[in-house]
Design a protein around this ligand. Structure first.
Ligand code: F3S
Length: 396
């Protein structure tokens, strides 16, 4: 790779050991993927936050890095942690787990990283501009940033995103380059979609395309929250980092330019395929003993819609709505949190049903309205899931 004089100094250790090691990671990634140079990034989003996923080895690595005094060079936020950092006791998370988790957050904080722990950083101020280069690692956020915002990021691993944050740079390969942002599949929908059908579509298509770039011709125009769900599902059943929706997403016009359309696979999706995909996402027909929504983390309007649904009701099943601390603060101010709490639900911040140890809290069946959560809860938590609209989950 061609390094600028400053990058070479970083690599040679003139900015300290943490920057040196970080630049080594970026150069190694660049070499593996054939990058010719680095690009400056405008933000980072760092995975590898939950103690459930990184364990003691991860905590030790982060504390060692933080002890060097290194600070990140670009605005950076964290992925969800394993607990609600404020209300973890109320939610019965184990104290020893919480202790380790808080130490992880403290280490990141010492490096100048915002301790807003969310997979929807684009809802809380980490909003990259069209065409800007970023280093994000949460797969659903990567899909959203590339596809809906038109920013440019690969699916970074946690250490790669942290190294990029520390250097303010990343290696220029993959989705940073125009040529890799072209579509290589076209999906034409024969049916209109609503609600959890977007997740069912994403689950179906992700399994077909793997790490490809699908181009959708939809029958109706998706809302922003529906694009969030679609991207999360695509990124979890496959490894999709970028998709295009005709007449909707910002790069759809360029997605097929210069592409040999005859050589692209075109797939028609009908209602029956959506229904079948939807059904596959449930592992049981039993009643949920926890309903958990907000995957990816809920937006304020999603919380408002839930508050409307539960106003004046008494829920028979515990309900958690996962979101960021910032959106929760807005929800508190708007009175939505109180409405939900009055019905017996909880607005949970900083964490989610996949990266928290819900399997240790006695739950057996989790009701979700997210295809990503339905895909991961069985493998990450060992619990059964029911995939359905929130309204139906509440009624079960
Ligand atoms: Fe976010 Fe957790 Fe879902 S990190 S995308 S809420 S699995």
């Amino acid at each position: 790779m061609q390094l600028t004089p400053e990058e070479q100094d970083m690599y040679d250790g003139k900015y300290g050991i943490a920057v040196e090691k970080s630049m080594e990671i970026l150069v190694a990634l660049g070499d593996i993927y054939g990058a010719e140079k680095m690009v400056d990034i405008t933000s980072a989003q760092i995975a590898g936050v939950s103690y459930k996923t990184i364990g003691d080895a991860g905590l030790e690595y982060l504390e060692e890095l933080a002890s060097t005094g290194v600070k990140v060079r670009v605005p950076s936020t964290l992925n969800p942690a394993g607990i609600d950092l404020v209300k973890w006791k109320d939610l019965n998370f184990p104290a020893d787990f919480a202790d380790k988790q808080l130490k992880i957050i403290e280490a990141y904080s010492r490096m100048g990283i915002s301790t807003t722990c969310t997979c929807t950083p684009y809802l809380v101020g980490n909003v990259p501009a069209l065409g800007s280069h970023i280093a994000w690692s949460e797969s659903s956020a990567v899909a959203y940033a590339n596809s809906v915002l038109g920013a440019r990021t690969n699916r970074e691993g946690g250490p790669g995103a942290l190294a990029a944050a520390i250097c303010g740079k990343t290696a220029e390969y993959g989705y940073h380059l125009d040529k890799n942002r072209k579509a290589n599949y076209i999906f034409e929908l024969e049916t209109q979609l609503k609600g959890t059908e977007y997740g069912a579509l994403g689950y179906l298509v992700g399994r077909i395309v793997g790490d490809g770039v699908p181009y959708f011709k939809l029958k109706n125009t998706p809302l922003i929250n529906e694009l969030k769900s679609l991207g999360a599902a695509l990124a979890s059943s496959g490894a999709v980092a970028l998709y295009h929706v005709e007449n909707v997403t910002p790069e759809y016009n360029d997605a097929l330019k210069g592409v040999d359309i005859g050589g692209i696979e075109k797939i028609v999706v009908d209602k029956d395929q959506i229904i079948e995909s939807h059904q596959k996402l449930s592992t049981t027909t039993r009643k949920p003993d926890l309903i958990c929504v907000g995957c990816p983390h809920a937006s304020l309007d999603e919380i408002e819609a839930i508050a409307d649904k539960v106003t004046g009701r008494k829920l028979s099943t515990p309900l958690w709505i996962c979101t960021s601390i910032s959106v929760k603060a807005e929800s508190d101010r708007m009175g939505y949190t109180k409405t939900i709490e009055d019905a017996g639900g909880k607005v949970v911040s900083d964490t989610c049903m996949v990266v928290s140890p819900i399997e240790d809290l006695g739950f057996k069946v989790v009701g979700v309205d997210s295809a990503k959560a339905a895909n991961y809860v069985p493998s990450m938590c060992g619990l059964d899931v029911i995939y359905d609209e929130l309204e139906n989950l509440i009624e079960k």
